[in-house]
Design a protein. Structure first.
Length: 350
């Protein structure tokens, strides 16, 4: 029997208002779960059923970042309230709407009960809990500040989500313009130019070279449209496969950084991720060498990744972090100077 989803609003032990969703058989079961989390229920109502969602479509096995943020926030609240780790996982799994995430949490709970540390149990699910998440949890467990670390993680994930939204928003307009331009040009070559070609032929005379070239393109498009489409798809597949190789990624990522507008955007996003991620890890007690390893892997660009790894090597040789970052010419001068000041004053995480 499928349980109903209830939307709740309540007051935590600290007095803050929290909201969420819980899967349960009835409202009484929801209130019981909230009491176990030491949350005073203020509002509870059944979530309206979506007709489309009620249809039996294949369920996604993906865990969204939003689900991870809610889990991390609620987990931090329960740990701060003094609930045992296993009980927290059991409660969060029982109220989880995403079935894939629910299964993962139950597996994590089982591993913890079997004697594994929380961080090691999370590492078995890298698609949901990345290296950053697991290492920060390990630092929180070792330092006895797991609730603080979880709150930092939730804030970090939320900021990362907002950054992704801004980047996607910035790319929407040029993508739409480019798509419309391609459709319009294809339409002109396939349908409009042939009409003019017939008119020019009836008029006689010699056409300008550029006009002849456009007519030639139109003829090629109409005669070999299927072959051109297949060739473009084949080239696209070949490019994707080549890009997945080490050399392919190095060449393409380096070229992307040199494109005027796109390169600047990639650098800004990379710098934001680098400073935020490394700052979060250092403030949580993760060693800088380990932090740089994780930051490099999550940079999203092979050229930037190699620059960060060179920085790690330089630090191992006794140099300061700011010097190799400045030499990479990827990080802006102001960012390098701020890092240098933070390193000198012992406030690098800030």
């Amino acid at each position: 029997m499928q349980m109903d989803v209830y939307v709740w609003e309540g007051r935590s032990r600290k007095g803050t208002i929290e909201k969420g969703e819980i899967s349960a058989n009835n409202e009484a079961a929801v209130r019981m779960q909230l009491r176990r989390q030491q949350i005073q229920a203020l509002k509870i109502h059944s979530k309206p059923k979506d007709i489309l969602k009620s249809l039996k479509f294949p369920k996604s096995r993906r865990v969204k970042e939003k689900d991870l943020v809610v889990f991390t926030r609620q987990f931090a609240t329960m740990i701060d309230a003094g609930l045992p780790l296993v009980q927290c996982l059991e409660i969060l799994a029982s109220q989880q709407v995403n079935t894939a995430f629910k299964e993962i949490l139950l597996k994590v709970k089982g591993d913890v009960e079997a004697g594994s540390t929380f961080a090691d149990a999370l590492r078995k699910h890298p698609r949901v809990f990345n290296d950053l998440f697991c290492n920060l949890v390990a630092a929180g467990e070792a330092g006895g500040i797991l609730d603080t670390i979880l709150n930092r993680l939730a804030a970090y994930i939320e900021k990362t989500m907002n950054l992704k939204k801004k980047v996607k928003g910035a790319m929407v307009y040029p993508s739409v313009v480019l798509s419309i331009a391609l459709v319009v040009v294809s339409g002109l070559l396939l349908f409009v130019i042939p009409v003019f070609q017939k008119m020019f032929a009836d008029m006689g005379g010699t056409l300008p070279s550029f006009t002849q070239f456009v007519i030639f393109l139109s003829d090629m498009m109409r005669r070999y449209f299927i072959y051109i489409a297949v060739a473009l798809i084949a080239l696209g597949v070949a490019f994707v496969r080549w890009y997945r190789t080490e050399r392919g990624r190095i060449i393409v990522d380096d070229l992307l950084l040199k494109i005027p507008v796109i390169g600047s955007l990639i650098k800004k996003v990379a710098i934001a991720k680098f400073t935020r991620t490394l700052g979060t890890m250092l403030s949580s007690g993760v060693p800088i060498m380990e932090g740089l390893d994780i930051v490099a892997r999550t940079s999203g660009n092979k050229t930037i990744e190699r620059a960060i790894l060179r920085t790690k090597v330089s630090i191992g040789e006794g140099k300061k972090i700011a010097d190799p970052l400045g030499a990479s010419r990827i990080f802006a001068a102001m960012v390098v100077q701020m890092i240098s000041v933070g390193e000198s004053t012992g406030a690098l995480d800030s």
